[in-house]
Structures are given as C-alpha cells and as structure tokens.
Design a protein around this ligand. Structure first.
Ligand code: MN
Ligand code: MG
Length: 630
C-alpha cells in the first residue's frame, strides 16, 4: 500500500487489530506440577498448567502469539535427568520441546541457563524446536550467529471488521552478557556476548525496516539505576530505544506489573510499562502466564501500537500460605513428558555420591555440625572459580550457612537425616531446604564479628551462678538465622547477654558473645576485608543481620545453593562429614551444664559426644538433653 493509499484508507476507517502476546519465562524444566525433591505434587509450578491458561487466553482473543523468554532447559531435576543421565540420544526430542511444539509456540529466545550443559547439548535440543529462536547479543566466538538475532513473523491477523490484515511482527531476543562468566568453562573461546543495549542499537534499524511492530524477548530483568554497560538486567534501558513496541522480560523470577516493583520515573508498576513501552514478567517455573494485549492501528505505511494492557495470570493463589490451584494441568502436556517424569522420580533416588558417616542436624544448634559443614564446603567450592580473575580473587574466602531443619520450629521429623552410605539427589533438599541462590558479599572483619554476634542471638543468657540446669536455646529464634561462618574459628560465650534482640537491634552494646575469633590462626583484624559466600536471602539483609543490606554483594550467582551442594557431592564422589572445629560453646572458663530439646532420635546419635546425655523423653517425639560446656 502506498503512503497516500494508507492515509486515504485510514480516512475511510481502516480496521483496528487486537493482538495478544502470551509469554512464558524461566520455566526451568518445569512441565509437571511436581516437586521432585519432596516427591509430591506442587500447585505452584508447571507448563502443563500454563497450557490450560494459554488455551483459555487464546479462546478470548482472535490473534495471539505464544513466546518463550528462556531459562528453559535447566533448573529442575527433570532437566538434569534429561541432560546428565539420558543425554538426548539420536532421535530423542527434549521433553520441553515436545510440550512446546504441542502448544504451538511462535518464537523464543535463549536464557543464561540454556548454556549450563554446554553448547553441544543446547544445539542438539534446539534442533527439535518447531519454532524460531532468536538472540541478538550472543554469537559464536568467530562472530557467526548461534541463532539468528531476530526474525519476522508475518501473520494474517483477524481485524475488528472481520477482514484479514497482514502484519509483520519483528521478534528480537537478548540474554545477560554475563553467561561467558557464569559458564566460563563451557563457553570460553566458543561464545561471545555483547551489551544488550548496544546489540539492540545495532540490530533494530534492519528489523524495523522489515516489521510493522517489534517485540523484544528480553531474558533480563528490570533495573532502574543508571546504566553501567554490560548490565545483567537491562529491560528498562532497552525500553528507551526507539522502535520497540513491547518487551517481554524475565530472568529475575519476579512479576510485572505488580508490587514486586516500586513506581519510579519511567516505571509504571500498575499499567506495566517501562519508559512507556508495555512490558510483562511472568514469575518463574510456570507460576504465571504473561499477557500483553496490543491494539494496532494503521498509521502511514505500517501498523502501529495505539493502546496496550499488560497483565499476568497465576496458576495458583495463596490461602493462609497454602497454595490453592487456579488451573488444571493439561492432559496432553502431562502425557507428552510422562516417560521423563517417571524416570526423574526414579533418578531422585539414585546415588550422586556417598557419605562416610551419617549427616544429621539433631545437634546443629549446640555443636559444630556436619550437615551445615557440607553446605559451607559446597559453597566455597562453588564460589571460588567464579571469583577467579575478579578484583576479589585474593581476599580470604569464608562461607556462611545455617541449619534449616534443626528444630525450634516444626515437629520431631523436621531434621536433616541422611544415613552413612549413598546420598541421593532427593537428600540434597534435606541438606538445603530453600531454593535460595548463591551470593557472596565483601565485608570487613568487623562485620564478620557482628554477623556472628547476631547469629549467636539464638542462645539464651546462661547465669553461671544459678545451680539448676538452664535452657540454652531460645525457641522463638528460627534455626535458619544461626549462621555458622566457615574459614574463621570462634567460641560462643553463653554467659554473656545477647548483643542483638530478635529484631536485629543492638540492645547490649557492651556484650560480646563471640570470643577468640580468629582467621588464619590469628585474632581477626576488624579492618581486614573478607568475601563471605552465602545466599540471596541473607545477602539482601534477610534476618536483619548487621552490615548486610544487599549493597555488599559482589557475586550474584545464577545457581541455587542446593545445586551447588549436589554438584559438590557429585564432584567429590565421597564426602567425609567430620568437622574441622569452626566453633564451640563456652562458659568463658566456667564449667556449666545447660539443657536443650531435640528429637528423641538424637539419643542414638551421641557417639563421640561424651559431653551430651539424654535427660528425659518428652513423649512427643522430642527429648530433653543436657550438655556440659567449659
Ligand atoms: Mn531463570
Ligand atoms: Mg536467567
């Protein structure tokens, strides 16, 4: 149509078109609504449930495109099973692509986790996608494309007046350029990445010339701080470039629009716009379907976006903390992955390594405990290579971990219990309960000391002058806040009052429970800088730990702590959960007897601890124990 023709047509009422974009992102191998670590259904995850929402969303709209935003083939046990055990033999189709081909996806982009199993596996898997992949800021090292930077979907869309109108929809993709760091061992010399905004600036003019509208598949989150260049979360900056009509975001595993994001200049968390461009982010693991409804009008020689609306649709809601399903799993999708699902359930029970001694958390609050030690060893092992070649490489490396299943809350079964012998993948969830991700902070020796003081707040103050046996543990303090820091050594003096209250405020400024804190055998220097590997919860200030507010994070790793633990055990083959002696309780020179409660089953676990004895069965699965400390 000529320019004059278009204007004439508009004057005579050329129709409008409604186009609905449907987004999935960060599915991470979740097809079934199933928690493989705990071997039970999980109403909060699963592409099979999203498929039901997609069917409904398609019934409501004449024109839809279904798009995936990456982090697809890694991140749950089924994905590990397919990549590491089955390995996609000739003729096999990755179950994610079997499901997505059935659902009729229109296009997709790569996420950072697509590279976790190496390039060969990725290319082998992608070969069976019945829809195009695009990514504009990753190429092979020689500059040739890994997948095309963009594609144009030409669709004859149904207009409001019942006519069909051809619309050219440009689809361009982006991923965090950090993949070459996060997967250095697999990608060095093979893959190159570019800054998202710079790649977009290079590619958009050519795509614009061939498209009516452009949709960016941006496997990257939303940050509004000034752009640094090479940014991991660049969707907001991308939105300021001319020519992009909608941005589908992800990577941060959050929900947009919505309360996950605060209103700022250029960011509207209610309308769901970034610098005026409609955007959406649909949670993670299939928790939500992202929807962007566009109204297109013909202006000059192309169709343009006249109005938009962004929403997300959840597969569940919370009722008093408990998830309640809002969607049924689609049977055809469930059936498509049945073989891999069954194999994954079996795979969870197969050994990934061995432990030479039992790993239990019954005594984790009173002695230096092997179930916490294993997590700390795994975090150190995981983080060290990621810090190599960074400005933080030479600093002393410490690791913080807490017992997640060690009483104070939960019943007598809420403890980590792994027998000596084989360790299976499902046991790793017992060692690391929460799906946190690995982060590291750069802090001073003074902060390390305060961190430990705050953790020591789990203990009640013991009066050495009292003659009756006093309770040691404050039942109102959650065990997950009892961080043990490996790499230093210290004693915890329970005759001192707690320096911090339960809200993390200093209430006893003269009190110090952490005694004899040493690094490298010498008293710690408060000015010495350390790297402490921990999780995203703690690093961001979770638990109100002094000196931790997110600003000291120097490593925001792409993997879960649980993944680090399973990879560590698999790499070691056999672990010896003997403890090096990071910490112990002390009465500051006075011999004291203190009492605590733990599961009755701990009575069978006291070999090697002559200082601990059972004092009475409480009859409810718990028992009372006494401990002599010096
Ligand atoms: Mn992800
Ligand atoms: Mg990601």
């Amino acid at each position: 149509m000529t320019l004059t023709g278009a204007i004439a047509a508009r004057g005579t009422g050329l129709p409008t078109i409604r186009l609905r974009l449907l987004e999935t992102s960060d599915l991470h191998g979740c097809i079934y609504d199933y928690d493989y670590f705990h071997d039970k259904p999980d109403a909060t995850v699963g592409l099979a449930k999203i498929a039901t929402l997609v069917d409904a969303a398609r019934r409501e709209a004449a024109n839809t495109l279904l798009l995936d935003n990456g982090d697809l083939i890694q991140g749950n046990p089924l994905a590990d099973y397919v990549a590491l055990r089955e390995g996609l033999p000739p003729g096999a189709i990755h179950p994610m692509f079997r499901a997505m081909n059935l659902m009729g996806y229109d296009a997709a982009t790569l996420g950072n986790h697509e590279f976790n199993y190496g390039l060969e596996f990725l290319e082998r898997a992608l070969a069976d996608a019945a829809f195009p992949y695009v990514s504009a800021n990753v190429t092979r090292a020689d500059g040739s494309p890994l997948v095309p930077p963009w594609t144009v979907l030409e669709r004859d869309l149904l207009a409001d007046d019942g006519t069909r109108q051809r619309v050219r929809i440009g689809i361009i993709g982006f991923l965090p350029p950090q993949i070459v760091v996060w997967d250095k061992s697999r990608l060095a010399g093979r893959v190159t990445t570019a800054d998202i905004v710079e790649a977009a600036t290079r590619q958009l003019p050519a795509l614009r010339a061939r498209s009516d509208i452009i949709v960016a598949l941006c496997h990257s989150g939303i940050a509004t701080a000034p752009r640094q260049g090479g940014d991991e979360n660049a969707a907001f900056y991308l939105a300021s470039l001319p020519g992009i009509d909608a941005i589908l975001t992800g990577h941060s595993h959050r929900i947009f629009p919505g309360s996950d994001y605060a209103r700022r200049a250029g960011l509207d968390p209610v309308r769901g716009t970034l610098n005026g461009v409609p955007a959406v982010m649909p949670g993670f693991w299939g928790s939500h379907l992202g929807i962007v409804d566009l109204t297109l009008e013909r202006r000059a020689e192309r169709w343009t976006v006249a109005a938009s609306r962004s929403t997300t649709q959840p597969i569940y809601r919370r009722d008093g903390g408990k998830p309640v399903a809002l969607a049924e799993a689609k049977p055809a999708i469930i059936d498509s992955a049945a073989a891999e699902h069954r194999a994954t359930v079996a795979y969870m029970g197969q050994p990934i390594g061995r432990t030479t001694a039992p790993l239990t958390s019954y005594l984790a609050l009173v002695i230096d405990d092997p179930s916490v030690e294993v997590v700390n060893l795994a975090q150190l092992w995981y983080a060290k290579p990621l810090l190599a070649g960074t400005p933080h490489e030479g600093l002393p490396l410490l690791s913080a971990a807490a017992p997640f299943r060690a009483g104070t809350f939960g019943g007598p079964d809420a403890y980590t219990v792994i027998a000596a012998g084989p360790i299976a993948l499902k046991n790793v969830a017992d060692l690391y309960l929460y799906p946190n991700t690995v982060q590291a902070v750069r802090v001073s020796g003074a902060v390390v000391q305060e961190w430990l003081e705050r953790a020591a707040g789990i203990f009640l103050e013991i009066d050495p002058a009292e003659r009756h046996v006093q309770d040691l543990v404050n039942p109102r303090v959650p065990a997950y806040n009892f961080d043990v820091i490996k790499g230093v050594t210290y004693r915890i003096d329970v005759t001192q009052p707690g320096r911090y209250d339960s809200a993390g405020r200093v209430v006893e400024p003269d009190a110090r429970r952490i005694k004899d804190l040493r690094w490298n055998g010498k008293p710690i220097d408060p000015a010495q800088e350390f790297i402490v590997v921990t999780n995203n919860f703690r690093a961001a200030g979770g638990g109100r730990f002094p000196g931790l507010d997110g600003s000291s994070v120097i490593l925001d790793a792409p993997d879960t702590n649980r993944d680090a633990v399973s990879r560590y055990i698999e790499a070691q083959g056999s672990i010896d959960p003997s403890v090096a002696g990071t910490w112990r309780l002390t009465g500051n020179g006075k011999a004291l007897t203190v009492g605590f409660e733990t599961a009755l089953a701990a009575a069978a676990d006291l070999a090697g601890h002559p200082e601990i004895r059972m004092a009475g069965d409480l009859g409810n699965g718990f028992a009372r124990f006494e401990m002599t400390i010096a």
